[in-house]
Design a protein around this ligand. Sequence first.
Ligand code: MG
Ligand code: ZN
Length: 364
Amino acid sequence: MKASFLSFTGLLLALILFSGSIGLAQQTKTPPKVKNVILMIGDGMGLAQVHGTQLMSDHKLNILTIQNMGMMTTNSSDNEVTDSGAGGTAIATGYKTRNGMIGMKPDSTAVPSMLDLLAAKGMATGVVVSCAVTHATPASFIAKEVSRNNYEAIAADYLDSPVNVVIGGGIKHFDKRKDGKKLTQEMIEKGFSYYNEIPAKVTQGLKNVLILTDSVHPAKMQEGRGNMLPDGVAYALQILDQSPEGFFLMVEGSQIDWAGHANDSAYLLAEMHDFDRAVGEALKFAASSPETLVIVTADHETGGLTFPHAAIKGKSRFSFSTGDHTGVMVPVYASGSGATSFMGQYDNTDLIQKIMALKGLNFD
Ligand code: MG
Ligand code: ZN
C-alpha cells in the first residue's frame, strides 16, 4: 500500500513538473510579430457566395489563395439571425448586441471598437467601404448609437473617432443635416483633407483624409462604380503605411449583402469580384510588408444561397432560399503574420480577442 502510494505521489510530482515545463515553454515562445491588421468584411458573404463566384470565374479568386481558414458563428444577442448592426458590433467590439444597435451592449452601454483600442495603442486606422460610411458595418467600428438608422448621429460620431482615413459615400449625412451643421467642414477643421473622389496620388505627408464619393451610397458595380473599392484600399494603404506603430484598416464589400437581398445573381457576382479585387490589393501589400495580417470574413450570410441543380462550369444555377439574412456560420480566411490564430471554429465575438492577443493586448 505504502509503496504504491509513494509511486503515485512520485508520478503526480513528475506530472506537475512536466506540465510546469510545458507552461514555461509556452510563456517563452514568442508570438508572431503583427504590425498591421487589414480586416475585410464581405457583408452577407457566406461560403456559397465565395464558392459560387469561383464556379463562375475563369481565374482563381484572391480569397481562395488564402490557406488558413476558420468558421465563425454570427447570432446576435436577441436573434439566431443577426443584422449587420449587431454582426458588425460583435466583430468590432467583442460584444453581442440586439439587432439594429451599433457599438453598444444590449443595455445601451457604449463599448470601444478594435479601431478605438488599436488607435489608443498608437496605430493609424481607416475604413474603406462601398456604401455610405454611415451604414451599419463601418458604423460598428466608429459610432455608438442605439439605432443603425441614426445616420446623421453616426456621421457626427466620426468627429469623435480616432479614425485617420475614411473612404465611402454619405455626403448627405455630413452636410445636408436637420441641425444645419456642415460636418465635412468640421472634419477639415479637425485636420482632415476632404475629397469627393480618390486622388490619383497620395499627397506627401498626408495623415488624415475623408473621401466621400456619393450623396449616400456609391453605385452598384453594374451601374458604374468602377474601381472605387480596390483603389480606395490601395490609396488608404499608402497613407496608413507611413505609421511607425502600424495600422488597422477595415474594408467592406458592402453590396454583396444587397445583391443577396435582391436574389440577383449578376449583381452578386459583380460585387463579389469587386471585393475580391480589393482583397487582392491587401494581399499584394502584405506580400511586400510581411508583418501584416489580412483577415477576410463576413458579418453573416444573405440570401440562403445554394446550387441545387446540376451545373456545368460557368453555367452554375444560383438558387436563393430567402430574401433575408441566414444564421449559418461564415468563413474566416487569414493570411500573413499571425494567420494560424484564426483556424478552427469560434464565435464572431472571438475575432477581436484573437487580434488583440496578437497585438499583445488583453481583452475580456
Ligand atoms: Mg454592411
Ligand atoms: Zn443585409
